[in-house]
Design a binder for this molecule. Structure first.
Ligand code: 6PG
Length: 467
């Protein structure tokens, strides 16, 4: 009864996470119905005192020291509920269940309320960094009961990624705060991936950059202000040779991107909150358009496409780096804006500077930029939008012109840059003191008597238009 940590679900993520826990001198016990996975973990763990596993739920629960800390790394959805039901008869008051998957935040709220009645603490805790992160140090985003978190804290701080020695985990807030933050992390991930992919498209279609050149370009960018995990792996992707045929692997991959839903949830919930996140919305739409491969192929034969205009390669590369930096900033800005608003709506008490800090290492959207983002929010805890941060104004000011140039060039050349275009549109609209929505108000009042406000007097007005 002296294992410090229990883990349900010994798939790749679960196995890696439990080995990481054991590496950090905690005794860990795994549970999975699949006996092959159980045996594999025992063999890999090397010492049953350190890492043990079973397919028997009672043996599993009994092996853990109280209050038990049991993490679930199972697919989001009904499985989480059924694992909880299976565990419940064996648990004691104050035991802690941590859901490490990408569960939808309202499911987490429901589960927390349900388990609270039974004296069990429930944590929705996003884990980012893929299989390698789980093994070597992920970014962890826990939310739930603050006192109960103290029991989990030493383990999470030990296993998480470190940024200059600081653990990439922090208690984020009550209820589903952790899952919500992870959901928006994924929304931002979608946005950054879309932007990276379209800059690749622009570089290859306009100046015919080869994979070798693309590798060198992204590698160089990764050494500068764009330094980030996604730019780093992108540079490596361009080097990867195909092991089944001649050439580079990236050229053989079908251009239909799948999705598991977290990006879509981010967009959907942003709409519910009334917070604009167009760079994330379009990233979701592009995965949907990509799935329509057969229709795209047919449509391509029906319409002429302009030939890409002439453009100097070196100038293009300079502009592409600037535009990407600009769009990365505006994408983070939108995601963080959504988090700030969600924090009010759902009483999460999120601290944006802490969130940016725990994203600096371990997670998929880790980037050099997050250090600056964290500082901006430490300087002003109430900052509504990153674009309003005095330290970000020059960064955006210096790079937005390239975004304009490239969007204009790409539009004329028939190369879609949807993420960059939407980032620019968002920026131009958000920074306009005058938008034409006065006309929309007039139209609404004209056809539906929806009323309007005036710029020069207080009150609500209606006009009999055309009378
Ligand atoms: C992470 C990732 C991960 C997510 C994948 C797949 O932070 O490690 O966000 O949690 O599941 O990126 O997402 P899609 O299949 O929706 O692209």
């Amino acid at each position: 009864k002296d294992y410090d940590f229990g883990l349900v679900g010994l798939g790749v993520m679960g196995r890696n996470f439990i080995l990481n826990v054991a590496d950090n001198n905690f005794k860990a016990f795994g549970y999975d119905l699949d006996t092959e996975k159980v045996d594999a973990l025992k063999t890999e763990g090397g010492n049953l005192e350190r890492v043990n596993a079973t397919s028997d739920i009672k043996t599993f629960v009994d092996a853990l020291a109280q209050p038990r800390k049991i993490m679930l790394l199972v697919p989001a959805g009904k499985i989480v509920d059924s694992v909880i039901e299976n565990l419940l008869p064996f648990l004691a008051k104050d035991d802690i269940i941590i859901d490490g998957g990408n569960s939808f935040f309202t499911d987490t709220d429901r589960r927390e309320t349900y388990l609270q009645e039974k004296g069990i603490h429930f944590f929705g805790s996003g884990v980012s960094g893929g299989a390698e992160g789980a093994r070597k140090g992920p970014s962890i985003m826990p939310g739930g009961n603050k006192e109960a978190y103290q029991h989990v804290k030493p383990i999470f701080e030990a296993v998480s990624a470190k940024f200059k020695g600081e653990p990439c985990v922090a208690y984020l807030g009550p209820k589903s705060a952790g899952n919500y933050v992870k959901m928006v992390h994924n929304g931002i991930e979608y946005g950054l991936m879309q932007l990276t992919s379209e800059i690749y498209d622009l570089l290859r279609k306009s100046c015919g950059l080869t994979n070798e050149e693309l590798h060198a370009t992204f590698d160089a960018w990764n050494k500068g202000r764009l330094q980030s995990f996604l730019i780093e792996i992108t540079s490596e992707i361009f080097e990867q040779k195909d092991d089944k045929a001649e050439g580079y692997l990236v050229d053989k991959i079908l251009d239909k991107a799948k999705q598991k839903g977290t990006g879509k949830w981010t967009s959907q919930n942003a709409m519910d909150l009334g917070i604009p996140v167009p760079s994330i919305d379009i990233a979701v739409s592009m995965r949907e358009i990509s799935a329509l491969k057969e229709e795209r192929v047919l449509a391509d034969t029906l319409y002429d496409r302009p030939k890409p205009g002439k453009i100097d390669k070196n100038e293009l590369l300079t502009m592409a780096e600037e535009a990407l930096y600009f769009a990365f900033i505006t994408t983070y800005a939108q995601g963080l804006h959504q988090l700030a608003d969600a924090s009010k709506e759902y009483q999460y008490q999120l601290d944006m500077s802490v969130i940016a800090k725990i994203w600096r290492a371990g997670c998929i959207i880790r980037a050099g930029l997050l250090e600056d983002i964290s500082s901006a929010f430490s300087a002003d805890k109430q900052l509504p939008n990153l674009l309003l941060a005095p330290t970000f104004v020059p960064k955006v000011q210096e790079t937005v012109a390239s975004a304009r140039e490239l969007v204009a060039y790409a539009a004329k050349s028939g190369i879609p840059l949807p993420g960059l275009s939407n980032s620019l549109v968002y920026f131009d609209a958000y920074t306009s003191s005058n938008l034409p929505l006065n006309l929309i108000q007039a139209q609404r009042d004209y056809f539906g008597s929806h009323t309007y406000e005036r710029t020069d007097m207080e009150g609500i007005f209606h006009t009999e238009w055309g009378a």
